[in-house]
Design a protein around this ligand. Sequence first.
Ligand code: BGC
Length: 464
Amino acid sequence: MDAQVKAATVPPEVRGAVFTTCVLAALAGLMFGLDIGVISGATQFIQAEFKVSDHMIEAIVSSMMGGAAVGAVGAGWMSAVLGRKRSLLLAGVLFVAGSLFCAAAWSPESLIVARFVLGLAIGVATFTAPLYLAEVAPEHIRGAMISVYQLMITTGILVAFLSDTAFSSSGNWRWMLGVIAVPGVLFLVGLFFLPDSPRWLLMRGRKDEAQVVLKKLRGDDTVIAREISDIEEQLKTRQHGLSLFLGNSNFRRSVGLGVLLQVVQQFTGMNVVMYYAPRIFKDMGYDTHAQMWFTAAVGLTNVLATLIAFAFVDRLGRKPILYAGFAIMATGLGVVGTMMHLGIQSHGEQIFTVAMLLVFIVGFAMSAGPLIWTLCSEVQPLKGRDFGIACSTFTNWAANAIVGATFLSLLSGIGNAQTFWLYGALNALFILITFWLVPETKGVTLEQIERKLMHGERLRNIGR
Ligand code: BGC
């Protein structure tokens, strides 16, 4: 209600600026998702054309995440020195170049390099876009903006799965990988209409420009004056992340928690399904056509279940949703493993196993998918937030690369059933980790969390 009232009193030109920012949020999330999703449908055709081993496929899949890890580290520095907008422009250019390079790859090795470049782009964008959004969005839509971003990640994955399905009849993997340059170009065009972040301008001592930007984004002079003095106040206490990390054990704990949370998110095994779904459906006995459609069903389930998280996260809190999510994931994967162990023969058994895999997807999308990102930004103290988030974003991609680079080897090394059981068991372990280490941050201000953290309170108690 309050947000509606405020939104209604916002002048039209300001609403235009806010709308453009939302579109950027949507496109950045979409690119993240497209990048994750696009490879799954392409691997079998790449393998057929280049006649390469499973190990080479793992390298092709995971080089993108390796690039993203490097990009996320570089982005912390770039977004401070070059600014948020210029970093995003660079990410956009690399994204378009990387996707076209993928489409034109002439050997498996060149495809690895192309995916690494694409990864660099997405690493920079996944760090910088949420940071920029949090800085330019007016307070009353900040939460919604982050939700839009999350939802668009899953939409991007779905769109990539659908586009792969459309191209799969011709087997043209080059089109699958190349077509994502189109949203990249839209993203680049959109960026030209966006202002620099007012917070970054103030960090660089460019107050006059910050005022002009805020006038466009907020309209109201009192709101602008208050925001400028708030930012200036925050900037006074700002320290360099690394020196804070070295000198303050409480900050090391929150950085460690952010890193651990991202390891947990990736080792749920979600991206095993995102990258190798068609292969998993093949092992269940489905032909190429069915594999692609079931993969699309995975993508759709992922989008829909993300909405469940939005509906409940501020009502039930973070921890209950994480408990439920990990329990559902452990069960889903445990059953998929057991079905593979027993041997999937009848049509009914096939469908049941697919359904259990979808149950696993629901478990992730309603919990760890969106919530880990939320928690990672909530637990860092203001002084070291950029550094803390850069560390956890780096970990997200590094752990993602490990998961992507080992799945096919696990299948051939320990077997299908055992691989799914392994991930199922990890999800059961994450219930305990949530209990021991994760704070409940629902309804608590960031200042309260920071105060408790810096007073040495146990991590699980820094929230409520
Ligand atoms: C994760 C990605 C994952 C996606 C799936 C995100 O929160 O960070 O690694 O592919 O969710 O929806």
